[in-house]
Design a protein around this ligand. Structure first.
Ligand SMILES: Nc1ncnc2c1ncn2[C@@H]1O[C@H](COP(=O)(O)OP(=O)(O)OP(=O)(O)O)[C@@H](O)[C@H]1O
Ligand SMILES: [Mg+2]
Length: 391
């Protein structure tokens, strides 16, 4: 069928044609925004889930919800490995303060925000290129050189500036599992303080399932401070709706057998659903897509995924990490213990525990329960078994 009218959206953060199965989390995000706007204390949220389940899509959806509510100043970041959190945050805060400054009646609170930002840049020695703020110093605010204290001071001062304009701050932070421990620590501390004094700051973050553990290690009360919605694969009914609703809206359909076969192949993981539906749309001769079409297209779709989605992650591994990941794939279940992997590698748990740590740090593994490990990439085990069989 015509590629131009194809409604499906395999990609990173691309809004799906039908955003199904996420009503609860969107309801919670809406409550967070409304309570913050009403000046009430609210629990911020950290969305966690495997690769490709739709975390970034949700952050973008929350952004749109916030824009519709007006009175929300949005600071959106995607944490990058080679930059500090402060380096990424400062330009965004500056933009927000300038925007607040343009609103009528902006006065001393915005100026204080800019002064605090200037102090922060100097105190923490943030590398921000040629940003310069020509204002007199404001002593004692965000100028200690201690990240915990200064981030807290800075954010609360910017929140005051927002409040003076009858606005609230919304922090949207993606890939939070990459944040260094001291940065996460400072952010959690800031949100803790903000919650206690009911400062108008809401945080919706997203990250791999390692994030709750990282947050808990940074601050034990992080468990109570945030909601941790688990963004999971879609169930069968939701997965079918994700495909059949957009198809029907675009004048095509999938037979029930085709939908069953797609669910079997994708297990309801959103990125895979979009990829299968997108490819099937392009390769199917008729507007009614059948099980035969699915089976015929399967080898191409699978090798496409193997060569891109899975391969880019596999190629980032060192030879020893690859051996570990293959050994894990030979264990009976997707979730297994280090001892089981050690048996497969004819080694001992203690001698392979460093490789496990490296893989956790690289965002390839996480620990769903004490002593267990799992891949963060859905269906990675099946991919590894396929390449093992080929070699
Ligand atoms: N609820 C949903 N229903 C259908 N498709 C969805 C849904 N959520 C996301 N998708 C699709 O899934 C794909 C992955 O989404 P997204 O990039 O947001 O995932 P992610 O969890 O952020 O992944 P990563 O951890 O790799 O960053 C996109 O193609 C998107 O269109
Ligand atoms: Mg993402």
């Amino acid at each position: 069928m015509d590629e131009i009218t194809n409604p499906f959206t395999p990609g990173a953060g691309s809004p799906p044609p039908a955003l199904v199965g996420r009503d609860n989390v969107l309801y919670e995000a809406n409550t967070l925004l409304d309570r913050t706007l009403a000046g009430r204390s609210a629990q911020s949220m950290l969305l966690t889930g495997l690769r490709g389940v739709g975390k970034t899509v949700l952050l973008n959806k929350v952004r749109h919800m916030a824009i519709d509510k007006r009175h929300v100043s949005i600071i959106q970041l995607e944490i990058e490995e080679n930059k500090t959190f402060a380096e990424q945050l400062v330009p965004e805060l500056l933009k927000t303060l300038y925007e607040l400054n343009m609103l009528t009646g902006a006065g001393v609170a915005v100026k204080r925000g800019l002064m605090a930002l200037r102090n922060f840049i100097k105190g923490i020695k943030v590398n921000v290129g040629n940003i310069s703020i020509d204002l007199a110093p404001l002593q004692g605010v965000a100028d200690s050189g201690d990240l915990n204290r200064d981030l807290c001071d800075l954010m609360l001062t910017v929140a005051d500036a927002a409040k003076a304009q009858k606005r609230v701050l919304l922090l949207l932070i993606d890939e939070m599992q990459i944040m260094a421990k001291d940065e996460l620590n400072a952010l959690i501390l800031t949100m803790h303080k903000a919650q206690q004094i009911i400062a108008p700051i809401a945080l919706v973050g997203a990250g791999l399932p390692t994030l709750p553990m990282n947050a808990g290690k940074a601050k034990s009360y992080a468990e109570r401070l945030f909601l941790y919605p688990d963004i999971d694969r879609l169930n069968k009914q939701e997965a079918q709706a994700a495909i059949s609703i957009p198809a029907e809206q675009a004048g095509a359909s999938f037979t029930q057998e085709a939908l069953d076969a797609i669910f079997n192949e994708t297990h309801g993981y959103p990125y895979f659903l979009q990829t299968w539906a997108y490819n099937l749309w392009n390769t199917s001769p008729n507007p009614q897509i059948t099980r035969n079409d699915v089976m015929r297209a399967k080898p191409n779709i699978q090798s496409g995924l193997d060569g891109s989605f899975f391969r880019v992650r596999y190629d980032r591994l060192t030879p020893r990490e690859k051996i570990f990941m293959h050994a894990m794939a030979r264990c009976e279940h997707s979730e297994c213990t280090l001892a089981e992997v050690a048996t497969q590698m004819q080694s001992t748990s203690s001698s392979i525990s460093r490789i496990r740590e490296q893989l956790v740090r690289k965002g390839m593994l996480f620990s769903p329960r004490h002593g267990c490990i799992r891949y963060t990439v859905p269906l990675f085990k099946e991919f590894l078994l396929r390449i093992q069989a080929r070699s």
